[in-house]
Design a protein around this ligand. Structure first.
Ligand code: NAD
Ligand code: DAU
Length: 340
C-alpha cells in the first residue's frame, strides 16, 4: 500500500479524485491544498474520519510548505506517488489578472517537481488541459501531437507547467506522465464555470450570461470519468507520455444552456447574450484513441444522462453552492459581469 499525495484535492476534480482513491484503492491519501477561493474542505467532510486520509494546508509555490506536506506521515516517509491538480483554473479570472496563474501553475509546479524529485517519488501525474492546444476550426480533433498554441493566460500558464514536467522527464528521468482533458462537469464544480453558473443563476431567477454568439463548442466529460482515466494513467501509464482524455460529447454552449433550462423547467427569457470573452477559443475536441488503445479507458457517461445527474446534484445541494456564492465570489461576479 503506497501513499499518494494529491495536490488541489479540495477543489472540484481533486475532491472527486480523492473520493475515488479512498473508495476504490487501498492507498493512503495526503491532500495538499492551499484552500484558495476554489478549495473547500466541505467537499470532503464525510471523509475526514477515514484513517487513510489526511489534509495538509500548503501552497505549492512555497518549498518549505511542500516539504512539510511530503513529511507529514507519522513516520515522515515520503509519498510514492503524486497527482498534481492544484492550479488556478478559471480562464476569465486569468483575463482579469494573470499573476496568481503564473505563481501557482508555473512556479508552483516547478517547486513540486523539485521536491518530488528530491524525495524519489516513483510516479508523478500532472493533470493538464486540452486548452494548451489552442482552438480548433469546424473540423478535426486534438491529438497528443497537436502543437501547443495556448491562447489565454490560463492556458499559457498550464502549457508552461506541461513543459516543465516534460523537461524534468527529459533531463532528469523524472517519472512523470501528463494528461490533457476536456471540459469537466459534475458535483462540487465551483459555480463560476459554465454549467454550475447557469444552474445556480436559473434557480435564483438571475440572467444566464452567454458569451458572444453562444456557438463556441466544448467537449464535455463527466468528472467521474475523468477521475477514472487519471487512475488508469497513474497505475498503468508510461513515464514521459502524454494522454488526451475526452468525453466525445461536443456541444455548442447555447445547446448546453437551453438544455439546463429545460431540465429545470425554466424559460429561455433568462438567457442574456453578453460581450464575448477576449480571445475566446472557438472549439475544443479530443481524439482519445491513444488512451483507449493503450490503457483500455473510455468514458462511461453520456452527456444527456450526466447533465441530468448534475442538475439533480445542484438541486439537492443548494446549501453548498449558496454558501460558495456568498462573500468574495460576489466581488468577482460584479467585476466579470458588471452586475450583482
Ligand atoms: P479548481 O479551481 O476547482 O480547484 C483547484 C484547487 O487547487 C483548489 O482546491 C485550490 O485551493 C487549489 N490551489 C490553488 N492554488 C494553490 C496553491 N498555490 N497551492 C496549493 N493548492 C492550490 O480546479 P479544477 O477544475 O478541479 O481543476 C483541477 C486541475 O485540473 C487543474 O490543474 C486544471 O487545470 C485541470 N483541468 C481542469 C478541467 C476542468 O474542466 N475543470 C479540465 C482539464 C484539466
Ligand atoms: O477545456 C478544459 C478547460 O475547461 C479547463 O482547463 C478549465 O480549467 C475549465 O475552466 C474549462 O475552461 P472553459 O473556459 O472552456 O470553461 P468555462 O466553464 O469557463 O466556459 C465554457 C464555455 O462557456 C466557454 O466557451 C465560455 C462560455 N461561457 C462561460 C461562462 C463562465 C459563457 O458563455 N458564459 C459564462 O458566463
Amino acid at each position: 500500500m503506497s501513499k499518494i499525495l494529491v495536490t488541489g484535492g479540495a477543489g472540484f476534480i481533486g475532491s472527486n479524485f480523492v473520493r475515488l482513491l479512498l473508495d476504490e484503492t487501498d492507498h493512503e491519501v495526503i491532500n495538499l491544498d492551499a484552500l484558495t477561493y476554489a478549495g473547500n474542505l466541505e467537499n470532503l467532510a464525510d471523509l475526514e474520519s477515514n484513517p487513510r486520509y489526511s489534509f495538509v494546508r500548503a501552497d505549492i509555490s512555497l518549498r518549505s510548505e511542500v516539504e512539510a506536506a511530503f513529511s507529514s506521515a507519522p513516520d515522515k516517509s515520503s509519498p510514492e506517488m503524486v497527482v498534481h491538480f492544484a492550479a488556478e483554473s478559471h480562464v476569465d479570472r486569468s483575463v482579469l489578472d494573470a499573476s496568481a496563474f503564473v505563481n501557482t501553475n508555473v512556479l508552483g509546479t516547478q517547486v513540486l517537481i523539485d521536491v518530488a524529485r528530491a524525495r524519489g517519488v516513483e510516479r508523478f501525474l500532472h493533470v493538464s488541459t486540452d486548452e494548451v492546444y489552442g482552438s480548433l476550426g469546424a473540423t478535426g480533433k486534438f491529438t497528443e501531437q497537436t502543437p501547443l498554441q495556448p491562447n489565454s493566460p490560463y492556458s499559457a500558464s498550464k502549457t508552461g507547467s506541461d513543459l516543465l514536467v516534460r523537461a524534468a522527464h527529459h533531463t532528469h528521468g523524472f517519472p512523470a506522465m501528463i494528461t490533457r482533458c476536456s471540459n469537466n462537469y459534475g458535483p462540487y464544480q465551483f459555480p463560476e464555470k459554465l454549467i454550475p453558473l447557469m444552474i445556480a443563476n436559473a434557480l435564483e431567477g438571475q440572467k444566464l450570461p452567454v458569451y458572444g454568439d453562444g456557438l463556441n463548442v466544448r467537449d464535455w466529460i463527466y468528472v467521474g470519468d475523468h477521475c477514472a482515466a487519471l487512475l488508469a494513467v497513474l497505475m498503468q501509464g508510461k513515464a514521459g507520455e502524454v494522454y488526451n482524455i475526452g468525453g466525445n460529447e461536443e456541444r455548442e454552449n447555447i445547446w448546453v444552456v437551453k438544455t439546463i433550462l429545460e431540465l429545470l423547467g425554466k424559460g429561455e427569457e433568462l438567457i442574456e447574450y453578453v460581450k464575448d470573452r477576449p480571445g475566446h477559443d472557438r472549439r475544443y475536441a479530443i481524439d482519445g484513441s491513444k488512451i483507449a488503445q493503450e490503457l483500455g479507458w473510455k468514458p462511461a457517461h453520456d452527456f444527456a444522462g450526466g447533465l441530468r445527474e448534475t442538475v439533480t446534484w445542484y438541486l439537492d445541494n443548494k446549501d453548498w453552492w449558496q454558501r460558495v456564492r456568498s462573500g468574495a465570489y460576489r466581488e468577482y461576479y460584479k467585476r466579470q459581469y458588471g452586475s450583482d
